[in-house]
Write a protein that binds this ligand. Structure first.
Ligand code: LLP
Length: 416
């Protein structure tokens, strides 16, 4: 098991979190290789009847150790910048398993993608397809292109992570997509490789997927009638995870929807899961700096801040918080807050939690996806270490940044 108590002390696989805290200091992220692998394998098993590529969404957690673990298992990558493409390739993910998504790719980024001959570029506008065509012609190459269509489906998730509605900035409008496919099929720099859709993140209901995939199947059939035959159907990411009391669909149930809606097309299925691969394999461990009471309210002030994990501040996201040393004492109600000078720097409000004391450790659970990935040096706080555990062994896969590193690249103007 990945994060479990042994003698009332929380371990990451076979490694004591107290020991890790002594080794690397707090706060730090800790990842379980085993959980990471099992999350990937859940998709692999569920989708094995389809010709498929699982393109892990690098944005969820771009750590090299995480990516290398997945690369070893045969995983591909969904990238949204040339930077992510660079790190995915560095991790050993082959170019022909990389898809490139995003509404605003630069010419430089597209050039890199075309030169690398990646599996497909998911283009999101007429202007982007035309730009890809021109770059490819100049390079004397053909770019593998899919068109990301906007199915106008409500993903029934948080408004900030909904992407498949007409009013969102993503994808090509449904009706325009037909015209764009026809136009692109005549462009000499373009090889039409597929179709792509992504309707949102943290989906807990399969129905929006069913709607979107059904629409995609229809478009694929319609295009085939016109002689435009696509190989790849990229279904995007989006299976949710259990942060608190959610009941996310299983990979098998998801595969059932794929079979039901797209099975008879016999295409190469691409999926881009991020959160459901990296989310629950990671935790953020922080030390209690102070506790205080103000009137009726209890505050637990920890050394991690919203710069280390922004999800609660940004999306009001729930993350379960556990004491690393469990005592079983009667819980109190407290706010767990960070040290940053913003009222939004709060990990949990009015949380029922075991009382903890100064110097004790807390584990913020399910922080492997969009945790370290979204961290910043706000308040000039160093990026925290990331530790990858594998059974009894562990490796600091990113060390804490030093002040020198944080200042590197800055300079004082000569007039000062
Ligand atoms: N593919 C595309 C094109 C995406 O935009 C995303 C996520 C994914 C795949 C992966 O989705 P997932 O499987 O992780 O749901 N920062 C937010 C989540 C933003 C998701 C953005 N796009 C959060 O912390 O909840």
């Amino acid at each position: 098991m990945c994060f479990t108590y042994h003698n009332e002390e929380l371990f990451a696989e076979g490694v004591s979190l107290h020991k890790l805290a002594q080794e690397v200091g707090t706060p730090f992220y800790c990842y379980s290789s085993d959980k990471l692998a099992r999350n990937f394998q859940a998709y692999q098993n569920a989708l094995k009847e389809f010709n498929n590529t699982i393109c892990y969404s690098v944005k969820a957690n771009p750590n090299l150790g995480v990516l290398r673990t997945l690369a070893r298992l045969g995983c591909g990558a969904d990238v949204v910048s040339a930077g992510e493409m660079y790190v995915a390739l560095k991790a050993g993910i082959p170019a022909d398993k990389i898809v490139f998504s995003g509404v605003g790719k630069t010419r430089e980024e597209l050039t890199q993608a075309i030169k690398n001959q990646i599996l497909q570029i998911n283009a999101e506008s007429v202007a982007e397809v035309e730009t890809i065509n021109r770059i490819a012609i100049d390079l004397g190459l053909k770019a593998n292109v899919a068109i990301r269509v906007n199915p106008d489906v409500d993903a029934l998730t948080h408004v900030k992570i909904t992407t498949g509605k007409k009013e969102n900035k993503f994808g090509v409008d449904w009706d325009d997509a037909y015209h764009l496919y026809r136009a692109a099929s005549r462009m000499p720099g373009i090889r039409l490789a597929g179709i792509a859709v992504h309707i949102g993140s943290q989906l807990l209901d399969l129905q929006p997927f069913r709607f979107a995939f059904t629409k995609i199947a229809q478009m694929v059939r319609d295009l085939e009638k016109e002689g435009i035959v696509l190989e790849n159907i990229d279904l995007g990411g989006g299976l949710g995870i259990n942060y608190n009391v959610e009941l996310p669909p299983t990979c098998e149930a998801y595969a059932d929807v794929v079979r039901e809606t797209l099975g008879d097309l016999h295409k190469h299925i691409i999926v881009e899961p991020g959160r459901s691969i990296a989310g629950n394999m990671g935790i953020l461990v922080a030390e209690v700096l102070y506790t205080k009471q103000m009137g009726e309210k209890n505050f637990i002030i920890i050394d991690a801040g919203m710069n280390d994990l922004v999800r609660p501040a940004m999306y009001d996201a729930w993350h379960t918080i556990l004491p690393v040393a469990r005592r079983g004492t009667a819980p109190i109600i407290a706010d767990v807050v960070g040290p940053i000078c913003e009222s939004g720097d709060i990990f949990a409000k009015d949380r029922i939690i075991e009382p903890v004391q100064q110097g004790e450790l807390l584990a913020i659970m399910c922080a492997g996806a969009y945790g370290a990935a979204m961290s910043s040096i706000y308040n000039f706080r160093p990026l925290v270490p990331e530790v990858l555990v594998n059974g009894e062994e562990f490796c600091v896969v990113r060390r804490r940044t030093s002040y020198e590193e944080m200042l590197s690249g800055q300079s004082v103007p000569q007039w000062l």
